[in-house]
Design a protein around this ligand. Structure first.
Ligand SMILES: Nc1ncnc2c1ncn2[C@@H]1O[C@H](COP(=O)(O)OP(=O)(O)OP(=O)(O)O)[C@@H](O)[C@H]1O
Length: 409
């Protein structure tokens, strides 16, 4: 930018009043010319200043437009690896590319190794991500005290008993384990077909022990938050420690802990890293602490055996499809708040729902209620249930039911 021109001195002339008139007139004319000269210089400077102002205004407009574009364009997520004097090393998520990038003083003063940042195409850091924008908050479901109780779970009494023993007791009566001198199971793995109550079981323990329920889905870890997996696993355990007593529930654990495949794509390496992080968190875990870990899968066959070693998921509980009595119990649970007619025969319906999971029985009850509404009744009859059954069978859900067994064998 050009430097500001100096303001010309004010013209000054001593005019002796004793001078003859013609000489005084000459001197005054000279002074007048000096003044006109200074005036011209000042007007020129004024024009220059206005030009400069105009150019600055254009520059501000351009910067504002660029700023708007930056705000609305996509940015990449990266983690700060190291902070140097006026540069930082960031590692882009997903491809793990490390880049040395300049950083403005506005951001540089606040940045620390480990921070998550948003970078643009040229890796310039645009912003430091705060917890609201953090994937950690989006990837976990956190409930202070879930509403599910053991009374809401039907047909899997033996599994409820086992879960209470392996998860609830160490939280509620840790002294029992201290006195006997044994460690409770580190992690509990629930396996079985979809919709059989695995998530309900984990929630019910949290309810019973007044523990915070923190759920993370394995599939989301590797599909939705690419490049974030191992960090999120670390965050998951950290969050559980902050909020203990807590139950960590990792659903679809097979997504991060499957047996290694032959292919060595970067996606596999990422999944592998996420699993290693999970194993290392579990290995460094205080078994008698106030955080319990439950995982669930309906692909037990696919699991990497490394996660089942002692000190990891060392208590396996199979949660099967409900048997006939179980189905009757579940039907009763899911019709508790429904206006059911006297003639509804739950034993009969239990016979007709062979192969149904708890979730499917719940949909059957809802569907029966829909039939009653469609027929302008506020009471649900036995026929509503049988029609609902026919509709569900027609929708071909039976194929899904019969294939479920194959998955978790
Ligand atoms: N044993 C059960 N007793 C009562 N309701 C059940 C039972 N099993 C499943 N349900 C109903 O089905 C819904 C889904 O069950 P839940 O999420 O616990 O299944 P899941 O085994 O975790 O399934 P997924 O493997 O698909 O995650 C529950 O909200 C509940 O309404």
């Amino acid at each position: 930018m050009s430097r500001s021109p100096s303001i010309p001195d004010r013209p000054h002339r001593d005019i002796d009043s004793d001078l003859p008139d013609d000489e005084r007139l000459e001197a005054l004319r000279g002074h007048y010319e000096d003044l006109v000269d200074v005036n011209d210089q000042l007007s020129e400077q004024l024009d220059d200043a206005e030009d400069r102002r105009e150019r600055l205004r254009e520059k501000v407009d351009r910067v504002e437009r660029e700023n708007e574009t930056l705000k609305s364009s996509s940015l990449y997520i990266a983690t700060v690896e190291d902070v140097l004097d006026d540069q930082v090393i960031v590692k882009q998520h997903g491809n793990n590319q490390e880049v040395l990038t300049d950083v403005s003083s506005r951001i540089g003063d606040r940045i620390e190794p480990g921070d998550r940042v948003a970078v643009n195409d040229s890796f310039a850091i645009q912003t430091i991500l705060n917890t609201e924008t953090d994937a950690r908050a989006q990837s976990m479901e956190i409930t202070a005290k879930p509403a599910v109780t053991y009374a809401d779970i039907g047909g899997i009494d033996e599994q409820v008993r086992e879960v209470r023993e392996a998860v609830e007791q160490p939280l509620a009566e840790p002294e029992l384990f201290d006195e006997v001198g044994i460690d409770p199971p580190s992690g509990v793995l629930l396996y079985g077909p979809p919709g059989t109550g695995k998530t309900m079981l984990a929630k019910a323990v949290a309810n019973e022990t007044d523990a915070t329920f923190i759920k993370m889905a394995g599939s989301e870890l590797v599909r939705k938050f690419i490049g974030e997996g191992s960090r999120l696993v670390r965050d998951l355990f950290e969050m559980a420690r902050e909020r203990q007593p807590a139950i960590i529930f990792i659903d679809e654990i097979d997504a991060i802990a499957s047996r290694r495949t032959e292919s060595k794509t970067s996606g596999d390496a990422e999944v592998q890293r996420t699993m290693m992080q999970l194993l290392s968190e579990m290995d460094g875990f205080e078994a008698r602490g106030e955080v319990r870990i439950i995982a669930a899968t309906n692909r037990f066959d696919m699991l990497d055996r490394a996660i089942l070693r002692p000190g990891r998921f060392d208590r396996l509980i199979e949660v099967p499809e409900p048997d006939r009595d179980g189905r009757e119990q579940i039907l009763q649970i899911h019709t508790r708040t429904m206006n059911v007619a006297d003639g509804v025969d739950f034993a009969d319906l239990a016979d007709d729902t062979d192969g149904y999971s708890g979730a499917e029985i719940e949909s059957l009850a809802t569907e029966a209620g829909m039939f009653a509404i469609r027929n302008d009744r506020n009471e649900v009859s036995h026929q509503d249930f049988t029609e609902a059954l026919e509709k569900i069978e027609k929708d071909d859900s039976s194929d899904v039911i019969s294939s479920a067994g194959y998955f978790y064998q």
